[in-house]
Design a protein around this ligand. Structure first.
Ligand code: ATP
Length: 555
């Protein structure tokens, strides 16, 4: 699938716009248009319904209660600064970046690809480029796929080569593609590396740490003591409210507390459409359970969350559940799995994270009780500063749980399924995009773009179309439209040939079109057209709300 086509459809039909576009856009920030906001809301509502409000799952885990509670929460974006000190984000939430002294740009170290450029001497009229190729200099690029990398490096060097386009492959080869950190591990130094926006080697600085939290000031005085942070994840709001939820509702451990909300990360190189943004939404669950059953719950959540994406239309061949290797795990975690999707902008065979499911042990609750724990020690110990005192003190509050049936007190272990609403929305959009043909009103095949979104996710569930704009058809169609609107998002369209109107709906993923024609006026029936199978059948106009609701729910 060509990503450019999806990006242009998203803009043309009002799914996604660049933030502050009239001012040239703002890198890493995206706005959802009229259809995009409906799609993303449907993703979040499907998650909330399936995980929280409609939750009626039986765990079927040996030794665990067969039912369990799920509760919701909505916390603030700005929290007490101590939250981030105890969570570890203040000290540890950073990426490595490299600066370019020449272009003055900043890049994420692990996202720079390097390629070796080979120039066939007889084609090069530029001795400078040939020399670089001969001395083995590496060009870095931000492009992800080999073709884009080639195009990028070619653009930067190729303009100076006298080659006819048919000879490009012969004249100009790139090889040895790898990520910059891997190259440096082989002993190559940055002095031989050409930055992504310049044409000479040696301008990149050594990698440095960069904290990803956005800083802000709370209060009028604005001193350093008033610094606060925009949350980089919604999870911490759940941990610090664990006791409040337990004490105020009748839920018992095992219990999941869920939250959907904005998170902010000052990503060094936001890219790939909304995949890596600086402002995004997360859908997170912290599932609190007994330590001895935590491993079983981990497996349970990992599988359940994977199944959720399958149920909403991502196919198994492009969706993988990847267990982290032992060396990838944090010391406090006994298991982490990523649910990953083969986004079309990634090189073939590579997957991008949609959701992480992590076994976090009692790390978070204990840190907020006792003070920041050292994630490198086992057993975990409170981290001490140079003065021998706790580096970041915890709340001192007792966040343990008393199980009144077993008559025991313990600090619950936590399983965290942490998903991104924007990444899920993007994956559903990528998967939905199809180009095929559908017959027009005269039965002639016409090319169409169709978003095959799951009906639950589709921004508009049904469009009502009078065949012609006369003979009472618009009035009959309007009546159906108003009845549908009471149940779900519907659309009325009487402009242009009906085939064209079908295609306009196909392009935005509307699963059902209801057409009012001459027969409607005599026998009260309408045609329903299915977006994917193109099948058409007649139902009673009065039955439309109930019938379409059933179809959307898959009943
Ligand atoms: P990555 O390695 O891609 O930066 P991460 O492992 O840091 O992601 P988590 O901290 O596990 O991500 O966050 C949980 C989820 O939040 C991710 O799986 C993803 O869906 C979403 N997410 C994280 N960072 C971003 C971002 N910059 N833009 C959009 N979504 C994000």
């Amino acid at each position: 699938m060509d990503m450019d086509k999806l990006v242009s459809l998203c803009k043309r039909r009002g799914f996604l716009f660049q933030s502050s576009e009239i001012y040239g856009g703002f890198n890493g920030f995206w706005d959802y248009g009229p259809l995009g906001v409906e799609l993303k809301r449907n993703v979040k509502e499907a998650w909330w319904h399936d995980m929280v409000s409609g939750h009626d799952e039986l765990s079927q885990l040996p030794g665990a209660p067969s039912t369990f509670d799920m509760a919701g929460l909505d916390c603030t974006i700005i929290m007490h600064p101590q939250v981030w000190k105890c969570s570890g984000h203040y000290d540890l939430f950073h990426d490595f970046m490299v600066d370019c002294k020449e272009s003055k740009k900043r890049y994420r170290f692990d996202q720079l690809y390097v390629v070796r450029l080979e120039v066939t001497p007889k084609f090069s009229t530029n001795p400078e480029i040939s020399k670089r190729a001969e001395f083995g200099e590496y060009w870095t690029t931000l492009a992800a796929t080999p073709d884009e990398q080639k195009a990028d490096v070619y653009k930067r060097a190729g303009g100076k080569l006298s080659i006819r386009s048919k000879n490009v492959d012969e004249a100009f080869k790139i090889s040895d593609v790898k990520k910059l950190p891997d190259l440096l591990k082989q002993g190559v130094t940055l002095a031989d590396v050409i930055g992504p926006d310049v044409n000479g080697a040696g301008s990149l600085t050594e990698p440095r740490e960069f904290n990803l939290m956005f800083k802000t000031i709370v209060g009028a005085l604005g001193g350093d003591d008033d610094a606060a942070f925009l949350r980089p994840e919604t999870a911490q709001g759940i941990f610090v409210n664990f006791k409040n939820v337990i004490d105020s509702s009748r839920v018992k451990v095992p219990v999941g507390i869920a939250q959907i909300g904005k998170s902010f990360r000052n990503e060094i190189t936001p890219r790939n459409f909304t995949f890596r943004s600086r402002e995004f939404e997360q859908m997170e669950i912290e599932f609190f359970c007994k330590p001895e059953s935590s491993q079983a719950w981990y497996t349970y959540w990992r599988n359940r969350r994977y199944q959720w994406y399958l149920d909403l239309g991502l196919p198994r061949e492009r969706l993988q559940l990847r267990e982290h290797h032992a060396e990838e795990l944090s010391h406090y975690s006994t298991g982490t799995a990523d649910i990953e999707y083969a986004f079309p902008f990634l090189p073939a065979g590579e997957f991008g994270e949609l959701e992480g499911v992590a076994h976090r042990g009692d790390f978070d609750l204990r840190s907020h009780m006792e003070g920041k724990l050292n994630p490198e020690t086992r057993p975990l110990q409170v981290e001490l500063g140079p003065d021998g005192k706790p580096k970041h003190r915890g709340s001192g509050k007792d966040l343990s749980y008393y199980d009144d049936q077993a008559k025991e007190r313990f600090i619950p272990h936590v399983i965290e399924p942490s998903a991104g609403a924007d990444r899920a929305t993007l994956a559903f959009l990528c998967e939905a995009y199809h180009e095929d043909t559908a017959p027009d009103e005269n039965g002639k095949p016409q090319e169409r773009v169709v978003l095959k979104l799951h009906p639950r996710l589709a921004p508009i569930k049904a469009a009502v179309l009078p065949l012609v704009k006369k003979d009472g058809m618009p009035e009959a169609a309007q009546k159906i439209y108003r009845a549908l609107k009471k149940q779900f998002n519907a659309f009325y369209d009487d402009g242009g040939a009906v085939g064209r109107r079908y295609r306009r709906q196909d392009e935005i993923g509307t699963p059902y079109c209801i057409t009012v024609d001459g027969q409607t006026l005599t026998d009260g029936t309408v045609t329903v057209r299915d977006r994917d199978s193109l099948k058409q059948w007649r139902i009673k106009a009065d039955d439309c709300p109930a019938e379409i609701t059933k179809l959307v729910k898959g009943e």
